[in-house]
Design a protein around this ligand. Structure first.
Ligand code: SF4
Ligand code: SF4
Length: 179
């Protein structure tokens, strides 16, 4: 490949002194200092508003009747690239049948990369990436969020999939684990 030699234009006396450029920069700074709208924010007193679709902390949700939507299918655990999710399923007595739910559901927030694949994979719309981005802890153990904490953070999502409202099972209610 042939290269073309580019001649740099010679610097003027002002450019060699750098003073005009420095004064121009200072002038711009002063203009912003006195006139322009400030872009800095007094965080955390002024909270950050994240844009729609922001991918923050994954959380678990309940339906509008207070039932855990997760059925412990472990799809999210399987699809999660950094293996941030750990689920231990359990059998639940529901009416005359046996259903499945999570006995333990741990999310390692130090591993999570907020990719959203768990939300994409979930057939029950039970896990969502929330707008929460402020979470901290004093140890690695504190940064592993357990089921109850994830459910508290997620709250209720009435819309979407509703496993417990199957046709013909209108009276279904979750009675608890089989030990
Ligand atoms: S957002 Fe991605 S990394 Fe985080 S738990 Fe879900 S699948 Fe795993
Ligand atoms: S959150 Fe969804 S994908 Fe993960 S185990 Fe529960 S139902 Fe399955």
């Amino acid at each position: 490949m042939a290269y073309r030699k580019v001649e740099r234009p010679a610097l003027t006396l002002g450019e060699k002194l750098y003073l005009p450029a420095i004064l121009k920069g200072l002038g711009l700074t002063l203009k912003h200092f006195f006139k322009r709208k400030k872009f800095t924010r007094q965080y955390p007193e002024e909270p950050t508003v994240v844009p729609e679709g922001y991918r923050g902390l994954p959380v678990l949700v309940k339906d509008d009747e207070g039932r855990v939507k997760c059925v412990a299918c472990q799809m999210c655990e399987w699809v999660c690239p950094p293996e941030a999710i750990r689920i231990i399923p359990e059998e639940l007595a529901v009416g005359n049948t046996i259903e499945k739910g999570p006995r333990e559901f741990d999310l390692d927030t130090l591993r999570c990369i907020f990719c959203g694949l768990c939300e994409e994979a979930c057939p029950e719309e039970a896990i969502f990436l929330s707008d929460k981005f402020e979470f901290a802890g004093g140890s690695r153990e504190e940064m592993i969020f357990h089921k109850e904490k994830l459910l508290d953070l997620g709250g209720v999502r009435a819309a979407g999939a509703k496993k417990w409202k199957k046709e013909g099972n209108a009276g279904f209610h979750r009675e608890g684990p089989i030990r």
